[in-house]
Design a protein around this ligand. Sequence first.
Ligand code: ASP
Ligand code: MG
Length: 469
Amino acid sequence: MAVMKFGGTSVGTASAMRQAIAIVAGKRRTGVPLVVLSACSGITNKLIQIAEAAGSGRLEDALAKVAEVRKHHVDLVGELIGSEEIRAGLVEKIDGYVSRLEMLVKGIEIVGELTERSKDTFCSFGELLSTTVFAAAMNEAGHEARWLDVRTVMITDDNFGFARPIDEVCEAKVAELVRPVLASGVVVVTQGYIGSTVAGRTTTLGRGGSDLSAALLGAWLHDDSIEIWTDVDGVMTCDPRLVPDARSIRIMTFSEAAELAYLGAKVLHPDTIAPAVKKNIPVYVLNTWHPDSKGTLITDDPALLSGMSYEGLVKSIAVKKGQAIVNIRSNRMLGRHGFMNELFGVFERFGVSVEMISTSEVSVSLTIDDSTVSDPLIQALSALGDVELEHKVATVSVVGDNLRLSKGVAGRIFGALSNVNLRMISQGASEINVGFVVEEHDVAAAVNALHGEFFSGEHGGIFEKPAGR
Ligand code: ASP
Ligand code: MG
């Protein structure tokens, strides 16, 4: 059995949904999948705008946007569903959700206060709507599917906006409510991202949480695989917008994938990794538009990994733009303890997370997200020493499990970068990445030079040219 998760762009239009349905139907020949869906692309953002408009008293604005959400789904139904009767029934269901959404808007507008709790309820409509349309379209196309309200199985704590499941409860619910349906040969279609407290209040797992939903459900079902269907060719050696020659990576370890996700690659939510790792379930990242491409397999299973051995050093290059370097220089550091503690205390107080760091006896350089730089923060840091700031820089990280075994890799990295002005360097403590900082306008030159150094050549077929290029 498999969990198949389709992201927002894979269910956002009628042609995308048709494509996704065909992929599920193809899978159906070898097993009965649990299908987990995101909201149609753009809808969650719109729901948040609706919530905020309602909370700040802009009732008309909020209701106009609700009408847009309705129209998107009604149009989808118009394009997807042939039978007039099914279409009418489906529009009625959509209108049921829409009128509840309108009631919520009016209620929040009257109360004049938007809480995390009510925001989660707003956000839940995106997935409820996309799955409702998808399940109906599957059935009309002759593939028996049952719609499941995931809030009956994804039982979470009440940390609204970032809820986490209560494992034992969920596992039992999945065994009771999902497994028998799949066992009877019927595909189950359900929502990613949302859940419910024990008391029945709607929660969400946080933005992008559908991947996590899929991994959790796969783990509770003891599935053979989790498929994350998206609109890119799996995990790439680098962002193809930066490096036109970027390749799709056939196989990588969980630690490489997690490292990449933390370092700025957008394809996978880091939290997704954990439930799958624990149960050693392979995760495939696949492209809805190129279903025959192999995509990326993420696994720690030695048997799978040895089938695809790779002596190369580097698996991927991750880039995070919009960063700032903060440099603090102070003679007080010299031979004294406690300085770092004070320094990190400042970042802690401001709730700013530090990404890359490099220190000497008298100065510390670190990177933070440029949007978290503020005058009060700089003022507080100035109490510790002279502060210098550099905006508009990017961190570039070279990631690969084999980096830890390697000799001479740093030489190759920095040799390739001999024409680039490096603002900071940090050998990742995880031993599987080497990171450095460049000015934003140097990013393309830096990553293309690195890509040429490490990814030209054959590499035993582990890197694949994406389909269609
Ligand atoms: N629809 C939610 C979001 O946009 C969850 C997801 O797509 O994973 O954040
Ligand atoms: Mg997503």
